[in-house]
Write a protein that binds this ligand. Sequence first.
Ligand SMILES: [Cu+2]
Length: 201
Amino acid sequence: MTPVPSPEIVPGVTPRSLTRRRLVGLVGLAACSILLPACSGAAGSNGAAPTSTGPDPDERGTATVDTGASAPVPAGTVLVQVGTASGSKEFAYDKVSLVEPAGSKIRLKFSNHTDSKDEVGHNWVLVKSGQESGVVTGGKAAGDDKDWLNVDDPAIVAHTRLIEGGQSNTITFTAPPGSYTYLCTFPGHYAAGEKGTLVIK
Ligand SMILES: [Cu+2]
């Protein structure tokens, strides 16, 4: 599956167009709907209705349990919490700047604060500075089946899962001193402002 839909504008598009599992073919539309100036006037032919593929295993059962949150906390671990904005049309983290001490393990709890009914997926991906666009592009190419992330991209330092509203995912990682960007690889979200900076020093 290679969702590269033509951009188009449909009046009255709801936030559902940015949902994780539905309207996959309309991702371009979703990106457009939050970037209206760039897309105004554009017309495409991809108006196909979404195809239901049944319940996604990620959305039920153990995959939705934040097992990382209950793992033992090694000495010297720094606890960090980052969430998303709560609105289904807001694409932002609640913290855009983090500074953490060099040499620490960082345990990061990432929470998607959108309403679960809105089905807006987000992730938190830590990227080497200057390589943001490649990670975003690679994520889009990876597609919905890969949760919009190319996990093999060497520019990625750490990442959470793509999670639904109301869920959290905790990860533990270390990173060498430096400046990093964290961003969401769901198509359109980074461009809409879902990003921040983490400095390790
Ligand atoms: Cu996002």
